[in-house]
Write a protein that binds this ligand. Structure first.
Ligand code: ADP
Ligand code: MG
Ligand code: ZN
Length: 634
């Protein structure tokens, strides 16, 4: 079947509407013109009126006579049938009426023609113009009426100018894509041996990890044209538009093969087709068109389809079967080394001073995506310019990490002394408890400078190296650290502030995961009580257990957090002197570094053992084996 000859249903509707309007005009409006002004009378009446000299003008036509009366208030036109009446002229003469074969009437055939045929066309044309104008504004492409549902826009770029070296980290993804590049270079190598290249590959990962960038890099490396379209472009389109857009895309791609066709955010059109709600016709049509296009071109023609998504589990199975997107390439958040090299790639063209330590920045940004790291580098450069420097220094980078995490400093914010005290003790509470935890990351910085995010202060912990696992002890230490802020408030000020809300949220989250997903509670053991829904987008969970179990989970979670909280209070109580000392220092300086913190702490420091922990706590300062950066903000 030739897809290009498929009838365009938009046009069918268009013509049907046009016809309807014309018929309407002819059936009602035009006859009404005549009806309003004409009255039929008998020939006898006409003759009688002539005799009474009531007629002003007479118009004799082929088969009827129309006339007007001379009564002032009667503007009607009268008509009567024409008779073979030899006396007519005589009667007319006598009546004194004007008469003739024809009176020029304003209602000529031309007038009727215009009214019934030209006017509807004109109206429709104007409505059409208006709609198309609006629509093309939405689609961002021009086009007249005849491009209804078609895009004349050029959908491709000859060369993306991006290469694999622009994509830092992501070595596994690059390796998987190298084969595709090779295939586009020399398809014969593959076809001659009888191998079929995968038609499509799906790049899967969280937002900002470089999926779009990788697709561009494949096209750039292979030096082939790059067609791209985003799933979200199909949203809000007229019925049938999405499908014809896909048709267009593949038609152009076939002409330009070998090439890459990239469908970004494919989940917008590739969602599972379900019958529950009657489905979404437009999206399904678009998806069906995409599927049939993918089947429609032969292997070896040299078109490789790449698609990107961060919601792989919502994709329709038909998309994922062999012969379509049968390759799945994970594009995960960068690890320590990846982050370091992303920072390097993005600061290639930036003037740096010698003190720059990307490793340190990378350690402080665990969990950051490539896009966020690129942003950090740029923020640092902007800060250097603001401060009138010509090179970017380490402090710019560190400050911009904090800017990205917690927002800009609110220099002008006025916080009263009492609140400032509470904030200082709260943060030092976190820091002291973290230092006591054998498994907590070292404190890197404590600050009580308010941020635009609403944080009034925070404690930054930076891990020594990347960590991929979390042990039960580490989880408990993390929770204890989160409760440290509130513990200080209670211990010193005998109060509870709203500043701990974020800490509470985080502590609960960890405790809950321990029970429901990590199997760290002995009562439940290795039972999955919760499932993660969308691991690339926030990773919210849904409960997979009975209401009774759920209430036991709640009790267990409360118990865990409570124990950690008590432990935090004990740690602070035993180190109350240090708490005062460091807090006063912080109040004076607003920001203290990890080293300063450790210097004050250095002397006798007592650590309380964790009641939940299986490990013996010992007298110690800060332990080495921490990884993830954590931030406890009030
Ligand atoms: P995604 O499509 O996965 O959401 P993008 O490819 O659009 O993310 O990435 C956005 C920006 O982030 C890129 O333009 C690039 O500047 C930066 N970026 C992301 N990942 C990387 C990476 N691995 N290497 C270099 N830059 C990256
Ligand atoms: Mg993208
Ligand atoms: Zn806090």
């Amino acid at each position: 079947m030739n897809n290009d000859k498929k009838p365009n249903y938009n046009f069918v509707w268009f013509y049907a509407a046009l016809l309807g309007i014309i018929l309407l005009f002819n059936a009602f409006l035009v006859p009404n013109f005549e009806k309003k002004k004409t009255t039929e009378v008998g020939y006898g009446t006409f003759v009688q009126m002539l005799k009474n000299k009531e007629v002003s003008s007479v118009d004799i036509k082929e088969n009827k006579i129309s006339f007007k009366t001379n009564k002032k208030d009667d503007k009607n036109m009268y008509i009567t049938g024409k008779m073979e009446d030899p006396n007519l002229v005589e009667e007319l003469e006598k009546s004194g009426a004007k008469y003739g074969k024809e009176i020029p009437s304003e209602n000529t055939p031309i007038f009727y023609f215009i009214m019934s045929w030209v006017l509807p066309f004109l109206i429709i044309w104007m409505i059409g113009r208006f709609l198309i104008k609006n629509m093309s504004k939405k689609m961002g492409s021009g086009g007249g009426m005849m491009s209804f549902g078609k895009s004349n826009a050029k959908l491709y770029v000859k060369s993306t100018g991006v290469s694999f070296s622009d994509v830092a980290g992501q070595d596994e993804a690059k390796e998987a894509l190298t084969e595709i590049v090779d295939f586009l270079h020399a398809p014969e190598k593959y076809t001659s041996i009888g191998a079929k290249m995968p038609k499509g590959a799906l790049l899967v990962g969280p937002p900002g990890t470089g999926k779009t960038l990788l697709a561009q890099a494949v096209a750039g490396e292979a030096k082939v044209p790059f067609f791209s379209i985003s799933g979200s472009e199909f949203v809000e389109m007229f019925v049938g538009m999405g499908a014809s857009r896909v048709r267009d895309l593949f038609k152009q791609a076939k002409e330009k093969a070998p090439c890459i066709v990239f469908i970004d955010e494919i989940d917008a059109i590739g969602k599972k087709r379900d019958t529950n709600f009657g489905g979404n016709d437009e999206r399904e049509q678009t998806l069906n068109q995409l599927l049939s296009e993918m089947d429609g071109f032969e292997d070896g023609i040299g078109i490789v389809i790449l698609a990107a998504t961060n919601r792989p589990d919502s994709l329709d199975n038909a998309l994922l079967r062999p012969g379509r997107f049968d390759r799945r390439i994970p594009v995960e958040l960068p690890d320590l080394k990846g982050r370091e090299s992303i920072l390097e790639v993005h600061s290639k063209n930036i003037k740096k001073s010698d003190d720059i330590d990307f490793n340190q920045v990378a350690r402080a940004t665990s969990g950051a995506s490539g896009a966020e790291l690129a942003n950090i580098v740029n923020e640092a450069a902007l800060r250097a310019v603001r401060l009138g420097r010509s090179t970017v220094m380490q402090e710019d980078l560190e400050e911009s990490v904090e800017t990205v995490i917690a927002g800009y400093q609110r220099k002008g914010a006025v916080i009263n002394e009492k609140e400032k005290r509470i904030v200082a003790y709260h943060e030092v509470g976190h820091a002291l408890v973290a230092a006591a935890g054998k498994h907590s990351a070292p404190v890197h910085k404590i600050t009580i400078i308010p941020r635009t995010s609403g944080a009034l202060g925070y404690t930054l912990q930076v891990e020594k190296d990347e960590k991929f696992l979390m042990t039960k002890d580490e989880a408990l230490d993390n929770i204890t650290t989160y409760t440290g802020g509130r513990a200080a408030e209670e211990l010193i000020f005998n109060t509870k502030t709203s500043g701990a809300s974020n800490d509470i949220e985080m502590a609960t989250k960890i405790a809950r995961s321990m029970v429901t997903r990590f199997g760290m509670d002995d009562n439940f053991g290795m039972v999955a009580l919760e499932t993660v829904n969308n691991r690339y987008l926030g990773g919210d969970t849904s409960l997979a257990c009975s209401p009774e179990t759920s209430s036991i989970i709640d009790k267990t979670v409360i118990e865990i957090v409570k124990n950690c909280h008590e432990r935090a209070i004990n740690i602070l109580r035993e180190n109350e002197e240090k708490l005062h000392e460091i807090s006063e220092y912080l109040l004076k300086n607003e920001t203290i570094t990890g080293e300063e913190f450790m210097d004050i702490l250095e002397s006798k420091y007592i650590i309380t053992s964790n009641p939940n922990s299986e490990t013996e706590a010992k007298e110690n300062t800060v332990e080495e084996e921490q990884n993830n950066e954590e931030e406890k903000s009030i």
